[in-house]
Design a protein around this ligand. Sequence first.
Ligand SMILES: [Zn+2]
Ligand SMILES: [Zn+2]
Length: 159
Amino acid sequence: MDSMWAHEHGDLVAEAARLLRERGGRMTAQRRAILEAFRSASEHPSAEELFAIASRGDPRLNLSTVYRTLRWLAKENLVREITFSEAGRSSRFDTARPAAHHHFVCTGCGAILEFDAAEVAALRRRMERRLRVQVDRSTLVLYGRCAACSQPAGKRSPG
Ligand SMILES: [Zn+2]
Ligand SMILES: [Zn+2]
C-alpha cells in the first residue's frame, strides 16, 4: 500500500521502555517481542498479524497478551487503533505519531490509505472555541471503497 508518510517503528521499543521505567513497569520479553513485531509487520497490522510474528520467537505468547499490550500502547499514545466499521473485522494498529495523519479504510478489500488534512486542525480549533474544551488528539477515519474496489468487475486489472 502506498503511503505519503514514512512510519517510524525503530523508536517504539525505546519509547515503551522509557514509559515503563517512569511508571515502574517492566519490559518483559513478551512485551519486547510484540513491540519488535511492528518492524516486520505491514504498515497497519492487525493484532493477529503481530501475534503471528511475535509468537515465532515465543510459542507461549497468547493473543490476549498481545491485545492487552496494544491497548496499553494505545492508551499511552505510542500506537493508534484504527477501527473498522463492519462486524467481524478487527482493528488495525499504527505506530505513527498521533498528529501525523488520518486514514481512509476500504470496506471492500481492507486497504488503508493515509492522508493529511489541514481542515481537521481547523475543525479542532473551531470545536475548542465552540465547546470550550481542549482537544488533545484527533483522528479522522473515512470509510468507503478504494479506486480498485469501486471499478466495475470487468475493468479490474489482474493482480
Ligand atoms: Zn497510518
Ligand atoms: Zn478496496
